[in-house]
Design a protein around this ligand. Structure first.
Ligand SMILES: C[S@@+](CC[C@H](N)C(=O)[O-])C[C@H]1O[C@@H](n2cnc3c(N)ncnc32)[C@H](O)[C@@H]1O
Length: 218
């Protein structure tokens, strides 16, 4: 990867990631009773990021069961933020949180210009720091398009996580084909200096679903 990160995964952490991922432990995780498809170490990192950076708004692509949207909405509420979670999924069945006052659920393709426009209209000009997390379709083509359309909505010091860069052999699912890692690699090569790696944060717990995927907008 051209820029992102000196934070190669700790070998012991990588072993644990392979165990955790390949056994499908992540598929059985719940937050307040709602399924959430994440590594617990990443969730802990996210809540630290929210507190440290006073995150005010969240943009999530890929709602699925809604556990991550609920987790982020609770953090905003508990931290006294003013904003909401904008969570996007192409599948209307993911919509189980429509009534939540902190969650704005948008149905549609997260890699479309029309969706980027909808998000732009929802973010108030006076907003505080934003946390964006890409966790929808994990093909390279889709993630690259999300990056092209959604990074321009970020401001200096906003936070971006590209989830599941661990697939396609980084180190899980070597058969996957080009995915989020390769999308990020291409994006960074063509947008030098736009995003910097938050390597210490990524490395903090020794394993992550998002290797090289913790980034800050410059
Ligand atoms: C990995 S799951 C999201 C997991 C969730 N963020 C969590 O942590 O619990 C991926 C979701 O992306 C959605 N998705 C797939 N293609 C999409 C697209 N083109 N636009 C928006 N969402 C899409 C799927 O319907 C699925 O619900």
């Amino acid at each position: 990867m051209p820029n992102p990160t000196p934070a190669a995964m700790d070998p012991a952490g990588e072993q644990y990631l392979l165990w955790f991922y390949n056994r499908g432990i992540w598929k059985g995780m719940h937050y307040r009773g709602v399924r959430i498809l994440k590594a617990p170490t990443d969730l802990w990192n996210y809540q630290e990021i929210f507190a440290e950076r006073r995150i005010d708004w969240v943009l999530e692509t890929g709602t699925r069961h809604g556990g991550s949207a609920l987790f982020f909405a609770d953090l905003l509420e508990l931290n006294g933020a003013r904003g909401r979670v904008i969570s996007i999924d192409v599948d209307p069945a993911s919509n189980m949180l429509r009534a939540h006052p902190r969650i704005e659920f948008l149905v549609g393709d997260s890699a479309s210009a029309e969706m980027a426009q909808r998000v732009r209209r929802l973010l108030p000009p006076e907003r505080g720091p934003l946390f964006a997390i890409l966790d929808s379709d994990h093909t390279k083509r889709h993630v690259l398009r999300e990056l092209e359309l959604l990074v321009p909505l970020l401001r200096r010091e906003d936070y971006l996580v590209v989830e599941d860069t661990c697939v396609n052999g980084h180190p899980v699912r070597p058969e996957f084909g080009p995915g989020p890692y390769e999308a990020l690699e291409e994006y960074l090569a063509t947008h030098a200096g736009e995003l910097v790696a938050d390597a210490a944060r990524e490395a903090k717990f020794g394993f992550t679903f998002a290797p090289c995927g913790y980034l800050i907008k410059t």
